[in-house]
Design a protein around this ligand. Structure first.
Ligand code: GRF
Length: 216
């Protein structure tokens, strides 16, 4: 079976990266994590990649004078490694429109809310402040507008009385670690595709694997 060569873009601790690497150890997983790129020297995720024997590169955004110039450097690095799919996993840079167009349908991201609610940063604080009873996470195709591309998969998490930003973040993160590998598998195997700005699911009438509900 040929597996889809996938790059993961990170900025921080890399727990989603670790979940993707773990899932990709299964011989029948349709993607291979073939490259990791961080825009920060101190990303703990770099060590996660190296421990798994995956090439890890640092491309510092501050070395480039525009968003697009930085993205072009990433583009060169992934193409040199014959990458076909790119996953952003805690990558704290907004992509240029140029990069998004280059990788349209092959660039996905995970966000710790039930999009389209709560895009952007400080998600869990805002969820708690708004008094939401349900939160969760979303994997979506990346489009030029931040955190608003077509949704591939979502998981829900109950917001519990007494939750703090930390406790809610921890429960959402545990779901992210299950959802992202499922969503990447769906994209890599062609079970979902981006077409005319929509996520199109093969066998959508019977396939509920893009929805997860965390038990209370
Ligand atoms: C996750 O919550 C992800 O949804 C968000 O950034 C965080 C990254 O965490 N985009 P990690 O680096 O994967 O641990």
């Amino acid at each position: 079976m040929s597996r889809v060569r996938t790059a993961v873009l990170i900025s921080g601790r890399g727990t989603n990266l670790a979940a993707l690497i773990e899932a990709a150890r299964a011989p029948d997983y349709p993607a291979e994590i073939a490259l990791v790129i961080s825009n920060r020297h101190e990303s703990a995720g770099l060590a996660v990649a190296r421990a798994a024997g995956i090439p890890a590169q640092i491309i510092l955004h501050q070395d480039y004078d525009s968003r697009e110039a930085f993205d072009r450097a990433i583009d060169v690095a992934v193409r040199v490694s014959s990458i076909s799919l790119v996953c952003a996993a805690g990558f704290m840079r907004i992509h240029s429109e140029w990069f998004v167009r280059q990788w349209e349908g092959r660039l996905i991201n995970i966000h710790p809310s039930l999009l389209p609610a709560f895009p952007g940063i400080k998600v869990h604080e805002r969820v708690l402040q708004a008094g939401e009873r349900i939160s969760g996470c979303t994997v979506h195709f990346v489009t030029p507008e931040l955190d608003s591309g077509p949704i591939i998969a979502q998981a829900t998490v109950a917001v519990l009385p007494g939750d703090t930003r930390e406790t809610l973040a921890e429960r959402v993160l545990a779901e992210e670690h299950k959802l992202y590998p499922q969503a990447l598998a769906m994209v890599a195997s062609g079970r979902v595709k981006l077409e005319n700005d929509r996520a199109i699911f093969r066998d959508s009438s019977t396939d509920c694997s893009s929805l997860r509900h965390a038990p209370l």
